[in-house]
Design a protein around this ligand. Structure first.
Ligand code: MRU
Length: 342
């Protein structure tokens, strides 16, 4: 098993306590937590080719922007191991999911490393280690804005599963809890893939962090009644203006937060910032299969003739943000500056 002394996702697997990451390299394979079958089963699944890695990103075995980035980096290492053309590998990996910028950032980083003659296994491991450290720092900075007794709303899963380790939105929550603050988390269930109910809650249960899962459409109700002090969400891509894409439903939460004077933060490492985009409307939004909406598990929940739309992300304009929590500190959108984030 890939134990990493600094990591904090502690799980019990086959009766053994382990500190693990969402994915890691083991020999010439990439071992991934199969996020499709959590919270009821914790199993690992191996990728040994670029195609394996690409399919794991597409089918959401590996998900969450920084974890998708790491999968892209490891996928490029697989290409070097198996002798696949690196440009073809980059094209295949970049076609998997369009919104999370980390994927494009990581694959381009590996192409640059290959051009410098670097070994891509080492380069991918270094990439993953760097992101873990950045998430740890996001936790440290974000802890400062969480008061003792805070009730915090989060959306989707932006924890260790989504980021290799620690999390983006969940890193400050972990840090605050570990610092002894009495906090309570509201985890939106996150229809249709239920990342909040299945994954965020699973992570919070592992660490004993008090929380309630709430239906997505209950967040406004709790904010209106003064039961939420702040919201922290992750991001899949942040434009130079601070407009950002995150899991579908984030925009509505941000609007409700502003209406109710609730602080609203996003948290992300540098790999999520796309400084080539000046406006959030230019962020490509993935639309997934309508059957993710029409079915819950294997059960059809609507007339069989009904069609559905399934945008996986939405765009929240920067004007709704109190701040952006990064590894370099907390910024107002107008203070965003590429050089401060390296
Ligand atoms: O479709 P997913 O599960 O990959 O979406 C994940 C999210 O939207 C997260 O909030 C996001 O990646 C940011 S946090 C790592």
């Amino acid at each position: 098993m890939g134990f990493h002394a600094c990591d904090n996702m502690r799980v019990i697997h086959d009766g053994q306590e382990m500190d693990i990451r969402a994915l890691w390299m083991e020999g010439q394979k990439v071992r991934c937590i199969d996020q499709k079958i959590l919270p009821h089963q914790l199993e690992f699944i191996d990728a040994s080719t670029v195609e394996d890695m690409a399919v794991f990103i597409e089918d959401m075995t590996v998900r969450g922007a920084p974890s998708i980035g790491a999968a892209g980096a490891y996928g490029m290492a697989m290409a070097q191991i198996t002798g696949m053309d690196l440009n073809d590998a980059a094209i295949r990996l970049k076609k998997t999911r369009p919104t999370a910028f980390d994927l494009f950032f990581a694959v381009d980083r590996m192409l640059a490393a290959a051009n410098e003659g670097q070994d891509l296994i080492n380069a991918a491991e270094k990439y993953a280690d760097e992101i873990v450290e950045k998430c740890r720092l996001i936790g440290e900075h974000g802890n400062a804005i969480i008061p003792d007794g805070a009730r915090i709303l989060t959306h989707c899963n932006a924890g260790a599963l989504a980021t290799i380790d620690f999390g983006t939105a969940l890193a400050p929550i972990r840090a605050a809890f570990n610092a002894g603050k009495k906090i309570h988390v509201y985890a939106d269930e996150t229809r249709p893939r239920l990342q909040g109910a299945a994954l965020t809650s699973w992570e919070l249960v592992q660490e004993g962090i008090p929380h309630d899962i709430i239906p997505d459409n209950a967040a406004g109700h709790f904010m209106q009644r003064g039961e939420v002090d702040l919201c922290i969400v992750g991001a899949d891509r942040i434009s130079a203006s601070g407009d950002f894409a995150n899991k579908i439903g984030t925009y509505e939460k941000a609007v409700c937060a502003k209406e109710n004077n609730v602080l609203f933060y996003t948290a992300a490492p540098v790999s999520t910032f796309d400084f080539s985009l000046t406006c959030g409307f230019d962020i490509p939004i993935e639309e997934r299969s309508q059957d993710e909406v029409r079915y819950v598990g294997s059960e059809l929940i609507c007339p069989k003739e009904a069609s559905a739309r399934n945008p996986a992300f939405d765009m929240t304009p920067a004007k709704f943000l109190t701040g952006i929590i990064t590894e370099s500190g907390i910024f107002k959108p107008r203070e965003l500056d590429r050089t401060k984030l390296q």
